[in-house]
Design a protein. Sequence first.
Length: 273
Amino acid sequence: MKTNKSLLLTESGIMLACATILSMIEIVRLPYGGSVTLFSMLPVILVAYRRGTLWGLFTAFAFSLLQMLLGLNNLSYGTSAGAVAAIILLDYVVAFTVLGLGGLFRFMKSQSAGLALGTLLVCVFRYLAHVVVGFTVWRDISIPAAQAVVYSFIYNATYMVPETLVTVIGGVIISRLIDFRGESLSRPRLRDKASRRDLLFSGISKIIAGAAVITDTALVFSKLQNPDNGEFDIKLISTVNWQLFAIVTLAGIILAGVFYLLSKRAQSRSDVK
């Protein structure tokens, strides 16, 4: 795909603005850092998928700097120059620059599959970056030293698992509406009415399932941190509102299942192969 740099810069600038704004829309925010946002990583991943890894890494690096500027207050918690440097490098530069690898699976015939796998890969890399800085820098600050490794894996998973799920679902849905692989954005091949219903019902099913998982995650893990000393305390699991957890889980399974069956029924009536 050949294009001029002015167009690339303009396109990346727009997507960076979208990503930054979306990063400020927090669905769930954990008390000691980390949050589930509204598809904030997706615009950068789409740039990487559309324009290639090199340009994707450049755009993702710019996004990491923007995120660092928005989170400058976190640097004040560093107990030394080395700790501050590690926070900058791992919690921001590495954690967000890896989003530029979101287009590694562009070679796949299915755009949805390629985008989903790329998103999953970069989310794993980002999660690992946060885990490393968690048990090396944040220990004794917001993570108890005695359980630093385990705590870091668990705590960072409480927001990265829902964040990954939200991003993957968003990527799959938008990839079925827009073809990003050409020079100009276009719609995928035309679908008949039944196939369009299949897309709608399938998307609703994924959104409901994702919302249920995010809600359940917030209900459980938000209670496992002692409010007095900030330490992970598994004994606090008894304070979780399990009745609400069960209601959300059951409702999510039923509603997601209903819309999934509706999507399969619409698909069976479609003439599009």
